[in-house]
Design a binder for this molecule. Structure first.
Ligand SMILES: Nc1ncnc2c1ncn2[C@@H]1O[C@H](COP(=O)(O)OP(=O)(O)OP(=O)(O)O)[C@@H](O)[C@H]1O
Ligand SMILES: [Mg+2]
Length: 400
């Protein structure tokens, strides 16, 4: 049996000492590190990444985010400590969201509100208890087909449709672009995770959970290492374990995979409930898709595990998806249209078209349709209408 998860919690205070009373109030909630300055925090953390950080934001959320950046930290769950006047100021709330805070707590905090904020953070870090989420890998044997673009946009669309905790795992360890497509600059990634002994289940779990980055939408990202060789020692066995750990933390985990066939890819595909085989209605792409299908049948994956998704479909295409699917002797699961300029702009800005829940345009609409179909087929049921966005999760939580 694995040991209970112990969260590492950073309390980063300001000169006023608004958070001084917090550590004793959090007894039993995890390993709490209190720091009045960046130097204190560096010394106390000793290179570890906190799972949760409560940061005093009297000088504004951007300044607080800057302090975390100086420490090289993007904790899995960030709580902004706000004075009561700040907590009621829409400008502050907007700033806190932009600075990627997940929650706001009025400071100095009252015990009930503090516990609620921490329990909420813990639930998000650990995921639904005992829930076995679904894993969907997106793959293409041909590069540049739109696998990463679809992974990111699908994650956002599924998240907007509500009721699911959605994660994206970027397993393209050498050429990962998920973080960049979402305008994230994570400091904690899969890099050097391979240094953790693969058979130390608790160490691997705790390390992995400290490497999850929040997107402002609520989608959580496990990013590939920015330094190429930092991902090299992640073995196939570890990939399998990483996915198993994350499966317990998300309702739905989307895995962006590299095109290279290797044992890490096979481990990821083996561990997935569904594979979206992404292709284009173009002869070279179809040839690669055919090879992939042959490979999957050699792995004895059931036919229903593999869904054929056509991307970059256009009316002008010589080949249309139905015809192309016939050539592969498989039904087309979904077709996503080409929307050239929109996707270029999205990639350059790090704002995927589906970032906006009301996104219009053929690409975003199709991805929302694909997300709905996947939900139904994976047994998640229809989208749940989202409550009106409350900004951060607990805006309005009162200190007393
Ligand atoms: N439906 C679409 N319409 C227009 N452009 C698209 C579409 N889907 C993807 N693209 C563009 O295609 C290019 C490749 O996309 P992406 O990086 O997602 O592909 P990939 O399969 O992950 O590639 P890689 O092999 O490098 O991992 C990007 O410039 C992206 O903006
Ligand atoms: Mg890619």
């Amino acid at each position: 049996m694995s040991a209970a998860f112990t969260a590492l919690v950073l309390i980063l205070d300001d000169a006023q000492g608004n958070l001084k009373a917090v550590p004793p109030m959090l007894e039993g909630k995890g390993k709490v590190v209190y720091a009045g300055s960046l130097d204190d925090a560096r010394g106390a953390l000793d290179g570890q990444t906190p799972h949760i950080a409560l940061v005093a934001c009297a000088a504004g959320p951007a300044e607080a985010e800057g302090r975390l950046a100086d420490l090289g930290l993007t904790p899995g769950w960030m709580i902004a400590g706000a004075t009561s006047s700040q907590a009621g100021d829409p400008e502050f709330l907007r700033g806190a969201m932009q600075a990627r805070f997940n929650d706001i707590l009025t400071i100095p905090p009252e015990a009930g509100a503090l516990h609620e904020a921490f329990d909420n953070g813990l639930r998000h870090i650990q995921g639904p208890e005992g829930a076995k989420g679904k894993v969907v890998a997106l793959y293409s044997g041909k590069g540049g087909t739109g696998v990463s673009t679809l992974a990111v946009n699908l994650a956002l669309a599924l998240n907007h449709q509500g009721g699911l905790r959605v994660g994206v795992l970027d397993l393209d360890l050498q050429c990962g672009v998920v973080a960049s497509l979402m305008n994230l600059q994570p400091t904690q990634t899969l890099g050097k995770l391979g240094d953790v002994p693969v058979d130390d289940a608790n160490a691997l779990r705790d390390e992995l959970l400290s490497r999850i980055t929040n997107h402002e939408s609520g989608v959580r990202v496990i990013a590939s290492p920015p330094i190429l060789h930092d991902g090299l020692n992640i073995t196939a066995e570890m990939v399998g374990r990483i996915i198993k750990i994350l499966r317990d933390r998300f309702d739905l985990l989307l895995v962006d995979t590299p095109k290279w066939v290797g044992d890490r890819l096979v481990a990821a595909l083996d561990e997935s409930d569904q594979i979206l085989l992404v292709t284009e209605p173009l002869i070279p792409s179809l040839a690669k898709a055919r090879e992939s299908l042959r490979l999957f049948s050699r792995f004895e994956y059931p036919q229903e595990k593999v869904a054929l998704v056509f991307n970059r479909v256009s009316k002008e295409s010589e080949l249309q998806p139905e015809e192309a699917a016939q050539a592969l002797s498989r039904p087309a699961y979904f077709a996503v249209p080409e929307e050239h300029a929109r996707l270029i702009e999205a990639a350059n800005r790090g704002i995927p078209p589906t970032t906006d829940p009301a996104a219009k345009g053929p690409f975003a609409k199709a991805v929302a349709g694909l997300a709905e179909k996947m939900r139904a087929d994976l047994g998640f049921g229809a989208p749940k209408p989202q409550p009106k966005k409350r900004g951060l999760l607990s805006f309005g939580r009162k200190a007393s």
